[in-house]
Design a protein around this ligand. Sequence first.
Ligand code: HEM
Length: 137
Amino acid sequence: MSFLLVKLIHIFSVFIYAGFLFTDNLILMKMQKTLSEDKYKEVRSYFAKLTRAIVPKALVVAVISGIYLFYISFGSFPQEYNFSSFQTLLLLKAVLGLWLGIRGVLQVFFGIQPFVFKGHRLPFILVIMIIFLSQIM
Ligand code: HEM
């Protein structure tokens, strides 16, 4: 029961984070092509101000709920690293998710900019990969 509840929380928080990345990468990029530079800057700063209130928190919830789900789902650590394919994919998914989480927390809460891939395109691609991994798992 608590697994299902946490999984629901995980899916909703991921939904908010991925929705933000979708809008940022696809909708705002399109606007950039049609709006004047000043107008685009204004729209972007509005978007940043409004999303800043919720998106970083959703990412933190996604990571914390993910860690709990991982703890329940992963099963026992295999001897001699004989991971099942589920465990291998889950490990990969968790590493990518943690990377996104750490990157986002450092950026938003501590003002430390990412060392590589500074834009929002990499998180967008990673989220798509993570969603595929979660379904193949
Ligand atoms: C922003 C990053 C993340 C995204 C986009 C994401 C996405 C998803 C999605 C779409 C599901 C599938 C739900 C379903 O089909 O029922 C899922 C489940 C899961 N996620 Fe994440 N996740 C993220 C971060 C994490 C992290 C950091 C961890 C672990 C450290 C994690 C561990 C899990 C586990 C264990 C499951 C359930 C697997 C099962 O059904 O047994 N996730 N995630």
